[in-house]
Design a protein around this ligand. Structure first.
Ligand SMILES: [Fe+2]
Ligand SMILES: [Fe+2]
Length: 180
């Protein structure tokens, strides 16, 4: 059973955003940014507080493996396809670029997971440097992507998506999270 706190709507005001898909997207972005901050913040602590750092990173990974996946599916399966009919040529290229960025971020995430997966009892300086570089790469990619979606994607969606489409998207988002 998935607890509400594990979802992209940890408290009730954000839970309500599931009825408003574009607002929900930006609410999820804030939660993703919090996890990116965690991934970067642990770096100086790997050698002195290894277990705490690992617990924090595993928590962040759990978020990306559930909410992060749902969030990408919300965009790629529910939102992007329904916007296509109203997109200009420029905007079509933009949405295509967002999908490409999802793949790039996913590869950066897998790389970070693989690095954490080979962590030994006592992290070496070399390992910490490798972790740091991978965490920074993922955070930079994702933050840039999110900033772009917060401004341009949300604006395009608000222009194109009608009330029926938004309702359908909202229902799909809830089903994805086992809430409907
Ligand atoms: Fe995205
Ligand atoms: Fe997004």
């Amino acid at each position: 059973m998935i607890k509400p706190s594990q979802l992209c709507q940890g408290n009730s005001p954000e839970r309500q955003t599931l009825d408003d898909p574009l607002r929900h997207l930006t609410a999820c972005h804030r939660r993703i940014e919090e996890r990116l901050d965690t991934l970067e913040r642990v770096t100086p602590h790997w050698q002195s507080r290894r277990d705490e750092a690992l617990a924090a990173v595993r928590n962040a990974f759990r978020f990306f493996d559930t909410n992060g996946v749902w969030h990408t599916e919300d965009e790629e399966r529910s939102i992007f396809p329904r916007m296509r009919h109203g997109l200009s040529e420029d905007e079509q290229a933009y949405v295509g670029e967002l999908e490409r960025q999802h793949d790039v971020a996913e590869a950066a995430y897998e790389n970070l997971r693989a690095i954490v997966g080979k962590l030994n009892e006592a992290p070496t300086g070399e390992w910490v440097a490798e972790y740091d570089a991978a965490a920074k790469t993922l955070a930079r990619l994702y933050r840039d992507h999110i900033a772009s979606e917060d401004s341009r994607l949300v604006e395009i969606g608000a222009r194109i998506l009608n009330a029926t489409e938004l309702e359908t998207i909202s229902a799909e988002m809830k089903r994805r999270r086992g809430l409907a």
